[in-house]
Design a protein around this ligand. Structure first.
Ligand code: SAM
Length: 285
């Protein structure tokens, strides 16, 4: 149930003291929430990865705030001062360069230490590249596993991928465009021919989505920021009808029509084939 302060036209309420974890846009600067702007206006300072970058972004929203550097390199040294201010009853915000803090970004130790010190920590939700990509990829979204960035060296990356190989949930990875080719090569070695979607430069000028099968998909462009989504391990890989299903779907046949045809041909449940197609393969219903 929404409270009164959540009405769009209500005046922002005074902030409760505490640490506010504020999501920023992942490209399009209009993807900031009204509440994020209220909170950023109300806090006494904003902790951020790059004070210059955040200063420019906040200036776009007409905000000029005290900015405190907080990143992986400075975190250990910066935390005591931030926690002291929070203990004294201030309200502070933590933001990332893009998206939601702590999601492949700094903030975990600050949140943990603040919470164990009894300081209130408030989420101010908004953009996150992984969730934005999942929402449009057309891969099963009922269960997903966010793996973030994998190691850069191929041997270490393949061993990380192997631990994910049995998972039936959709797998989500972050990767820079210029490392995409090597990343995809390792996923083929470990996963074989699974459905894959690459979401590149989401909400930016060159936003693009590539859909296909691991081993066959070669994105035309290897620049920019990417989320790679890979279908989970199939729960019925031994089904005799699976290769035929893949071929029919690849030829543009709808999941419903393909399921009906294969149910007759293989004397199996139409519903099972249909559900399998929706869950594990790129389809149109
Ligand atoms: N905290 C961010 C979030 O909530 O998504 C992620 C920050 S992480 C340091 C940066 C990585 O996120 C990029 O290398 C890329 O994999 C992914 N990413 C961020 N913005 C993106 C975008 N607009 N399109 C595609 N991927 C993006």
């Amino acid at each position: 149930m929404m409270n009164d302060s959540s009405k769009v036209n209500s005046a922002p309420q005074a902030l409760q003291p505490g640490l506010y974890i504020v999501a920023m846009p992942i490209g399009n600067r209009r993807d900031i929430t009204l509440r994020a702007l209220d909170v950023l206006t109300g806090v006494s300072a904003v902790a951020c990865e790059d004070t210059r970058r955040t200063g420019i972004l906040l200036a776009d929203y007409g905000l000029k705030k005290t900015l405190l550097r907080y990143d992986d390199a400075s975190g250990a040294a910066a935390r005591p001062a931030l926690l002291k201010r929070l203990h004294a009853g201030e309200s502070l915000a933590l933001v990332s360069d893009a998206g939601t803090p702590l999601i492949a970004d700094p903030g975990y130790k600050l949140v943990t230490e603040a919470r164990s010190a009894g300081i209130a920590v408030f989420p101010v939700p908004g953009a996150c590249a992984a969730i934005a990509a999942l929402s449009v990829a057309g891969l099963p979204s009922d269960a997903f596993y966010f793996a973030g960035f994998l190691p850069r060296r191929s041997a270490a990356r393949q061993s990380a991928l192997r631990t994910l190989e049995p998972l039936t949930a959709t797998l989500l990875f972050y990767e820079a465009g210029n490392r995409l080719e090597e990343f995809l090569a390792d996923t083929v070695v470990v996963f074989g021919a699974r459905p894959v979607v690459i979401a590149r430069e989401i909400t930016k000028t060159f936003e693009s989505f590539y859909t296909g099968t691991l081993g066959e998909l070669t994105p035309e462009c290897t620049l920019g920021e990417c989320v790679v989504l890979i279908g989970g391990a199939s729960t019925s890989e031994n089904n005799a009808w699976e290769p035929a299903l893949k071929s029919l779907l690849a030829a543009g046949i709808s999941a419903k029509t393909a399921a009906a045809a294969l149910a007759d041909a293989f004397s199996v449940s139409k519903r099972d084939v249909y559900q399998h197609a929706l869950k594990h393969l790129p389809t149109r219903p």
